[in-house]
Write a protein that binds this ligand. Structure first.
Ligand code: NAD
Length: 503
């Protein structure tokens, strides 16, 4: 049943105040397991953006002067509060996103690891020095913050993706405006409350909710120095183009279509587990989802039958209660319909269905946005399902004769986020790693997602920009180098070095 309660729109967080926005249109936030509306997101205007950016700009001088050790101490406290609220946060992710509790715990855990990384900022910010670049002249390079930075995030990792961005930006000395996904604003708000409780000064982090109008105003605002974006490829490209045109530093992560190669010698149990987790984990709503399995040679006989059998057994259901299903719903009814339409198109274009999740019935939650795990076989590169990012629980299977052919097919993709291989052969794995055109490579790993210490390294249409998020590149993105060359002349006083005996 749909909720009939009138919901107060989610508040903006500006200059340390939680502000209800009443005079704008709103977007409903659903519990995808039930279809109920659980919150409303205000679609803010350029005026709200102006207030948020001005608050961040006003807080910047004081925050920049705060020593990195003091900034880090706030994030140590933040990490503690995140741990204390870990389970509640995971439940919140499940409620507004629909992923299973285990998956939500992973979402929160990966986010906390970014905070842990950010706590090391005094070491990460240290510069370089070379004494005597010429006689009596020294040269040093140090990192300084940029100013007001902006983060625009997608729906699929409500905790982790915002935490890829602002912990690092803030410990580097920047201030920040976050524009969370309008589909999942609640976790972002709760996490910001915890950061506020950790002692973050007012205005250092700000949140403004909305869609395109809001984003456009952020991209063009003269006081904004850098934009960090994660979302679909068409929007990522547009963000990069508009942001850079307006003189901003931009890192823009886009969508993906990730290939998993199953070699004839692959361990059946481990590779089927790896592929099904990659394809159907988080209902396929991951930029690192393994959406295409290429079965090479006899893998069609050794691995594919088990893959089909395991896929058919995946139970889909509501995640906001016990017992937990294997897989939850997708984010909205519209998205469920789109995923099913893409599967229809695939079948019309010649794919064979080995598991069909289009008409799945979930009696315990009849209004949830469910699609069952779907397996399409004999898929060709020319089909719609291969050209579009489906972002749902659909695994396409292509059949190839050998490793060379499989790598060539994978390399034809316009995307370049991730690619994996399952094999017992070190030689095949090395060949794959060397030649495949993707920035994140898995060897006997289904989802080679990045850890905080390494960059999230998309290539081609999966990333627009230069410096990636996370790892040292993340610190470089949110700072600028200042190189100083210095010489000190002697005015006679205390020039002990040139006195007799000191040479
Ligand atoms: P999306 O592109 O629809 O939205 C992302 C953000 O951009 C949201 O905050 C949204 O409000 C805003 N937005 C949407 N349309 C806009 C427009 N026309 N102009 C300006 N802003 C706009 O993405 P989504 O559906 O929320 O998330 C799923 C996508 O994100 C998938 O394509 C997935 O692959 C990708 N993703 C990529 C990564 C990565 O690291 N490469 C990680 C997670 C998700």
């Amino acid at each position: 049943m749909k909720s009939t309660t009138v919901l107060t729109p989610c508040p903006n967080y500006i200059g340390g105040d939680w502000l209800t926005v009443s005079d704008v249109a709103t977007t409903p936030v659903h519990n995808p397991s039930t279809g109920d509306i659980i919150a409303e997101t205000p679609m803010c205007t350029p005026q709200h953006v102006e207030a948020a950016v001005n608050a961040a700009h006003a807080a910047y001088p004081g925050w920049w002067e705060t020593p990195p050790t003091e900034r880090a101490r706030i994030f140590f406290k933040f990490k503690m509060l995140l741990e204390e609220n870990f389970e509640a946060l995971a439940q919140m992710v499940t409620r507004e996103h629909g992923k299973t509790l285990v998956e939500s715990r992973g979402d929160v855990r990966r986010g906390i690891e970014m905070v842990e990384f950010a706590c090391g900022i005094p070491s990460l910010l240290m510069g370089d020095i070379l004494e005597n670049v010429a006689r009596g002249i020294d040269c040093d390079a140090m990192r300084q913050p940029l100013g007001v930075c902006v983060g625009i995030t997608p729906f699929n990792f409500p905790a982790m993706v915002p935490l890829w961005m602002y912990p690092v930006a803030l410990v580097c000395g920047n201030t920040f405006v976050l524009k969370p996904s309008e589909k999942v604003p609640l976790t972002a708000i709760r996490i910001a409350e915890l950061l506020e409780q950790s002692g973050l000064p007012k205005g250092v982090l700000n949140i403004v909710h909305g869609g395109r109008d809001c984003v456009d105003a952020l991209l063009k605002h003269p006081k904004v120095k850098a934009i960090s974006f994660v979302g679909s490829t068409p929007v990522a490209k547009q963000i990069f183009e508009i942001g850079t045109k307006h003189g901003k530093r931009v890192q823009s992560n886009g969508g993906a279509k990730n290939y998993i190669l199953l070699m004839p010698d692959a361990d059946v149990e481990n590779s089927v587990r790896g592929v099904t987790e990659a394809a159907f984990g988080c209902a396929g709503e991951r930029c690192m989802a393994g959406s295409t399995a290429i079965v090479v040679g006899d893998a069609a006989k050794t691995v594919l039958p088990t893959l089909a059998e395991v896929t058919r057994k995946i139970q889909v259901g509501p995640t906001d209660r016990s017992p937990q299903p294997h897989m939850g719903p997708v984010i909205t009814k519209q998205h469920r319909d789109r995923v099913c339409e893409l599967v229809d198109a695939g079948i019309k274009e010649g794919a064979k269905v080995l598991a069909d999740g289009r008409n799945v019935k979930v009696d315990s939650a009849p209004n949830g946005f469910f699609v069952g795990a779907t397996l399409l076989d004999e898929v060709q590169s020319s089909m719609t399902v291969m050209r579009e990012e489906i972002f749902g629980p659909v695994l396409s299977v292509m059949r190839m004769d050998d490793l060379n052919q499989a790598i060539e097919v994978a390399n034809r993709s316009a995307f370049g986020n991730g690619a994996s291989i399952f094999t017992r052969s070190g030689k095949a794995a090395r060949e794959f790693k060397h030649r495949v055109k993707a920035g994140m490579v898995g060897i006997n790993i289904g989802v080679p997602a990045s850890m905080p210490w390494f960059p999230f390294n998309g290539w081609d249409d999966s990333f627009f920009g230069d410096l990636h998020m996370q790892g040292k590149e993340g610190v470089q993105f949110f700072t600028q180098l200042k190189v100083t060359t210095s010489r000190w002349f002697s005015y006679g006083e205390g020039d002990i070095w040139h006195r007799e005996g000191n040479r």
